[in-house]
Write a protein that binds this ligand. Structure first.
Ligand SMILES: C[S@@+](CC[C@H](N)C(=O)[O-])C[C@H]1O[C@@H](n2cnc3c(N)ncnc32)[C@H](O)[C@@H]1O
Length: 210
């Protein structure tokens, strides 16, 4: 089944609060974004944001340049409906991040929770990293959360990759400086514990791709 169909089916069949990755509030992501120290005008892209409430909190905090990208139009519709009129303050992009045509150097903060780890082929991972290098401004921030080495081997019925902070950073490579990393024990709506690792990197200041 094509990935887009898979995700549209999931978000059509399961209430957003019942999916295993659901968080009432994405407080760790919110804190990591705040800790970049960038102003409220910083351009933030939530990659594979789905129906996450991170965008609600970012709007409440006063961030004014927000985009949420996801393969699933249904997921983005759930977030838009929840936000009501405030949804107009966000750019919504239905796209596959491995083929997304966003403008070069347009993003100050790239955020991804639980998306990169679904990329199980070298080709897709490289396409994702090439997109980060192209789209994130020099010296911009990249916050990526995946399952940790002791996290689950599957999510939403799909196989996933698991990473230590070091392995995730070396997958991204030399153009990224690892500023910080932390673990999170996520409790799913069903009561299971899943270990995540969050890496906060800075994209190198050079605008040249390696
Ligand atoms: C496990 S969910 C995480 C959702 C959200 N980041 C959160 O933390 O609540 C993975 C999300 O990534 C999206 N996704 C999966 N592969 C993708 C891709 N190649 N491009 C864009 N979005 C993708 C799915 O539609 C889904 O919304």
């Amino acid at each position: 089944m094509p990935p887009r169909t898979h995700w549209e089916n999931v978000y059509s069949a399961v209430p957003a609060e019942d999916v295993s990755w659901f968080q009432h509030r994405a407080l760790r992501s919110l804190r990591l974004i705040r800790e970049t120290g960038l102003p409220l005008s910083a351009s933030i892209l939530d990659v594979g944001g789905g129906a996450s409430t991170l965008v609600d909190d970012l709007l409440r905090e006063g961030y004014s340049s927000l985009a949420v990208l996801d393969l699933s139009e249904v997921a983005l519709s759930i977030a838009k409906a929840r936000l009501g009129d405030h949804a107009q303050r966000v750019i919504w992009i239905v796209a596959d991040i491995t083929h997304a045509g966003m403008p070069d150097h347009s993003v100050d903060i790239w955020h991804d929770r639980a998306v990169f780890h679904f990329l199980t082929s070298d080709v897709d991972r490289q396409a994702y990293i090439d997109t980060v290098l192209r789209v994130v401004k020099p010296d911009g921030h990249v916050i990526v959360a995946t399952f940790d080495e002791d996290g689950p081997t599957r999510c939403s019925g799909l196989p996933v990759m698991r990473y230590s902070a070091g392995a995730l950073h070396s997958t991204f490579g030399a153009p990224f400086e690892l500023l910080a990393h932390e673990r999170e024990s996520h409790t799913t709506p069903g009561g299971n514990i899943q270990q995540f690792v969050y890496c906060h990197c800075r994209r190198s200041g050079s605008s040249a791709r390696p």
